[in-house]
Unconditional design. Structure first.
Length: 59
């Protein structure tokens, strides 16, 4: 299954769940849980993931 993302610019590759996870030091599963709106993610961790999703323009 491929990650859903947008590219940052012409010729750039798409941002992936792995990119988001590695940028902030969490697992891909944690990013996935945040994207699905799971209540299992700590509020501080959720905020960090959401901020990184916005920063990298992940859709």
């Amino acid at each position: 299954m491929k990650d859903k993302a947008t590219s940052a610019g012409k010729g750039s590759r798409a941002v992936t769940v792995t990119d988001i996870a590695e940028a902030i030091g969490v697992s891909r599963a944690t990013v996935s849980l945040v994207l699905r709106g799971s209540p299992l993610v700590n509020v501080d961790t959720r905020a960090r993931v959401e901020a990184e999703l916005r920063r990298q323009r992940y859709v």
